[in-house]
Design a binder for this molecule. Structure first.
Ligand code: NDP
Ligand code: 1BO
Length: 322
């Protein structure tokens, strides 16, 4: 269920309550491929846009820049306790003894004492220096239980407020739920009208795991251009909104938090102006009816080796659930 609060700019910002009792702001700024421009984007989002939620990851290589942006926003008057900062544990660190040092490195890069949310980025362990696509021996066994215990220990030691996962399937979540002492607070996954991912959404709702929708606009280079989709554009024009706003709102109306990425100040501010209007039911259902359902982020380049395995196809990665 969404809760409304007001930021210092008077922007109505909704949030969702996690199982832990903490609140996750409904719209966050994505920072993948933001590079050196991440600092400016984060400052714009936090200080001018009214954002309170930032999504980053060690793998994005921009945690230092994101941390600079957060620091500048705090100098401008924001309090750490009002912010929700997410980062992610990369695949080379997916062994129990590497979890805590990886988090400590992330905290150092971000110049933070704690994270609000730490996620397993992908449920596949990679050898350091793995190629893309992986060579034989690049994808290693993943001790999910051992890694999760260490994630739980980070939460117990208050270094992270919440822990969760990304890019899991029902099969993998069931396995995790079988041994977890702390249930994942959040499952982050690709979600937009071109990849509704309904099975995972329903499974997470049933298990009270909050869902964050990534690539809500269809992602970046090589992604799916939903911004220029005819139906999205028609609905945007009818509602006097932009396609970006319609796509963000679609995710919110499904009960997910949403993390659009932008480096453009106007688009950053536009993407969060989504709280004082709704997509009418008929249009919402039209967006739910796009038949060409396809992942953008299928993981093939990073994890599939067609001849050597252990994952010989995209279907293998997703446990043949799609
Ligand atoms: P998005 O779906 O957020 O799309 C970003 C693209 O849309 C950029 O090219 C951006 O360009 C453009 N854009 C942004 N706003 C608008 C607008 N209003 N109108 C038109 N174009 C717009 O892509 P991402 O794949 O980056 O996903 C968002 C975030 O989700 C990531 O940045 C990352 O934080 C997270 N993520 C997590 C993953 C995981 O495995 N856990 C995987 C993928 C993403 P411009 O910058 O020029 O505005
Ligand atoms: C490989 C990283 C994808 C964006 O999270």
């Amino acid at each position: 269920m969404a809760h409304a609060t007001f930021t210092s700019e008077g922007q109505n910002m909704e949030s969702f309550r996690l199982l832990s009792g903490h609140k996750i702001p409904a719209v966050g700024l994505g920072t993948w491929r933001s590079g050196s421009q991440a600092t400016h984007a984060v400052v714009t989002a936090l200080v001018e846009g009214g954002y309170r939620h930032i999504d980053t990851a060690w793998e994005y290589g921009d945690q230092r820049e994101v941390g600079q942006g957060i620091k500048r926003a705090m100098h401008a008057g924001l309090e750490r306790r009002d912010l929700f900062v997410t980062s992610k544990l990369w695949c080379t660190e997916l062994s129990p003894e590497r979890v805590r040092p990886a988090l400590q490195n992330t905290l150092k890069e971000l110049q933070l004492e704690y994270l609000d949310l730490y996620l397993i980025h992908w449920p596949f362990r990679l050898r350091e220096g793995a190629s893309k696509p992986p060579k034989a021996g690049d994808v290693l066994d993943f001790d999910m239980e051992g890694v999760w215990r260490e994630m739980e220990n980070l939460a117990k030691d208050n270094l992270v407020r919440n822990i969760g996962v990304c890019n899991f399937t029902v099969t993998k979540l069931n396995k995790l739920l079988g041994f977890a002492e702390l249930i994942p607070a959040v499952c982050q996954m690709e979600m937009h009208p071109g990849w509704r991912n309904d099975t995972m959404l329903e499974f997470c709702k049933k298990n009270e795991i909050h869902v964050t929708a990534y690539s809500p606009l269809g992602s970046q280079e090589g992604g799916r251009d939903l911004i220029h989709d005819q139906m999205v554009d028609r609905i945007a024009k009818k509602l006097n909104k932009t396609p970006g706003q319609v796509l963000v709102k679609w995710g919110l109306q499904r009960g997910t938090s949403v993390i659009p990425k932008s480096l453009n100040p106007e688009r950053i501010k536009e993407n969060i102006k989504v709280f004082d209007w709704v997509i009418p039911e008929q249009d919402f259902q039209a967006l739910n009816s796009i038949t060409d359902q396809k992942r953008v982020m299928d993981g093939e380049d990073i994890f599939v080796n067609k001849t050597e395995g252990p994952f010989r196809s995209v279907a293998d990665l997703w446990d043949h659930e799609d």
